[in-house]
Design a protein around this ligand. Structure first.
Ligand code: NAD
Length: 467
């Protein structure tokens, strides 16, 4: 197995992968399975080291959280890919219309070639190795650029991948925005980006120069609608879990709540009780992640300071600290009715602050959502199925979970992706496999074909055939 020198220039690596992908277009099941197996072994042999690296990058981030949100997810993906690959790789026969019979037709599924993957920091293993795995399973070569904000994790992943993969199979490139921009400018056969909407735009522009198709897994403000029929005490555990997992640094975390007016006090009490149940202490509690960097922490403090200065009511979680903890373990907060023009209501929050917007009707909640960019996720809580179906029918979001948060992402047969400003394209399950696959149309003509009836010269005979 050759080693990729980590400092091999990007372009040279791309050229090597490109050549290899054109020399071996047909990638058999055994090769794909072997690549999946090497990623599986990479994870299993180094699970503790990977969790420790993420902990070192965040300051505080429970290894248990990394186990479930990064490693467990990857194991599940590998399991699904291993068992479904033989079927997903097969050509798909399609029926032939009467005027082309007795020809036969099928769709042949082929690797695209070289896939670029650019990953964010918030689930730094899952969101880097996950898309890479699916692309490898689909028979592609992969170049990965993980985040510079998780330097321990990214360096470890690079080292582990380079120990197990040839440079022209799977290679990792470390670096910040400059390396990322150079990476995005390569003429990939597909470029898969997970990150912010602002950077996603730049990635799409760079890819367009080569007509490189992209998948853009972006962010945005995911609303959480509470219907009057909901039992608040049952709802807030689920909202607190979705919001405070990784301290709000989750692309599909509920960003804000649309609450029936008049329920503010009940909601606040139920939220306090839920925070205390899930996080009996804050600073010093290993289950409660720190904000990833001082810059991100300062930004969240600024968001709060602005709405405070504008007079919005801010309520902090009342649980005690366990000790000194980490300076970036930020106290969760509710903000009641912040100004719609505040940064808190304009930007994706990506932290443990939950704005609560009182609404007079379900109609108003739907209008609020439809007046904004289409969200990555939407959450609806309640027991009135007619009201639920109204929201499902009249709003457009990447995905929805009803009566819980986050869970639609964990369902292996549901495509995961955004819409509009929250993303383009989806992966997970067979949808993901097809995202990294070319579906080639093949028509095999029969000796008995009647196509000559449509040849010129046109005239009386031709009109009789088509008439
Ligand atoms: P980011 O956009 O700042 O960075 C993501 C990656 O892009 C990093 O690897 C970075 O180095 C790279 N990058 C920076 N400049 C680039 C350029 N000019 N060209 C190409 N790549 C460039 O995002 P982030 O802060 O790492 O992650 C947080 C964001 O990601 C949030 O908006 C969140 O909602 C979103 N996100 C989305 C999903 C999803 O599945 N939809 C998942 C996780 C995070």
């Amino acid at each position: 197995m050759s080693q990729t020198p980590p400092d091999l220039p990007l372009r040279a690596s791309f050229d090597a992968q490109y050549q290899a992908s054109r020399l071996q277009v047909d990638v058999p099941l055994s090769v794909r399975r072997d690549r999946l197996e090497r990623v599986r072994a990479l994870i299993e042999d180094n699970a503790q080291a990977l969790c420790d690296a993420v902990q070192a990058d965040f300051g505080v981030r429970s290894p248990d959280l990394t186990e479930v949100a990064d490693l467990f997810v990857l194991r599940a993906m590998i399991g699904q890919l291993r068992s479904h690959l033989p079927r997903w790789m097969k050509p798909q026969r399609v029926s032939t219309p009467i005027y082309l019979q007795p020809a036969k037709a099928r769709i042949q599924r082929q690797p695209l070639g070289v896939v670029g993957v650019i990953a964010p920091w918030n689930y730094p293993i899952q969101l880097a190795l996950g898309p890479a795995l699916v692309a490898l399973a689909a028979g592609n070569r992969v170049m990965l650029k993980p985040s510079e904000l998780t330097p321990h994790t990214s360096a470890l992943m690079a080292q582990l991948v380079h120990q197990r993969f040839a440079a022209d199979e799977f290679a990792v490139f470390l670096g910040g925005a400059d390396v990322a921009a150079e990476f995005a400018a390569l003429p990939f056969d597909h470029l898969f980006f997970t990150g912010s909407t602002a950077v996603g735009r730049r990635v799409a522009e760079a890819a367009a120069r080569h007509l490189t198709p992209t998948t853009l897994e972006l962010g945005g403000k995911s609303p959480c609608i509470i219907d009057r029929s909901a039992d608040l005490a049952a709802v807030t555990d689920k909202i607190v879990h979705g919001k405070l997992l990784n301290a709000g640094q989750t692309c599909i975390a509920p960003d804000y709540v649309l609450l029936p007016r008049g329920l503010e006090t009940d909601f606040e009490q139920a939220w306090q009780a839920s925070v205390a149940r899930l996080f009996p202490t804050l600073r010093g509690n290993q289950d409660y992640a720190a904000i990833v960097s001082d810059r991100h922490h300062a930004r969240l403090q600024d968001l709060l300071a602005e709405v405070r200065a504008q007079g919005a009511r801010v309520v902090e979680a009342a649980v005690p600290d366990a000790g000194e903890g980490h300076a970036r373990q930020m106290r969760p907060a509710l903000v009641f009715a912040p100004a719609e023009q505040s940064r808190l209501m304009q930007e994706e929050i990506f932290g443990p602050i939950l704005p609560v917007m009182p609404c007079d009707s379900a109609e108003e909640a739907i209008a609020f959502i439809n007046a904004r960019p289409r969200p990555l996720a939407l959450y609806w809580f309640g027991n009135d199925t007619a009201a639920r179906d109204q929201v499902l029918a009249r709003t457009v979001s990447g995905g929805v979970t009803v009566n819980d948060t986050l869970m639609h992402i964990a369902h292996e047969n549901l495509p995961f992706g955004g819409v509009g400003e929250s993303g383009l394209g989806a992966y997970h399950g067979e949808t993901g496999f097809l995202r990294f696959t070319h579906q080639k149309s093949v028509l095999v003509q029969s000796r008995l074909a009647m196509g000559h009836l449509f040849y010129p010269p046109y005239g009386q005979r031709f009109r009789q055939v088509i008439g």
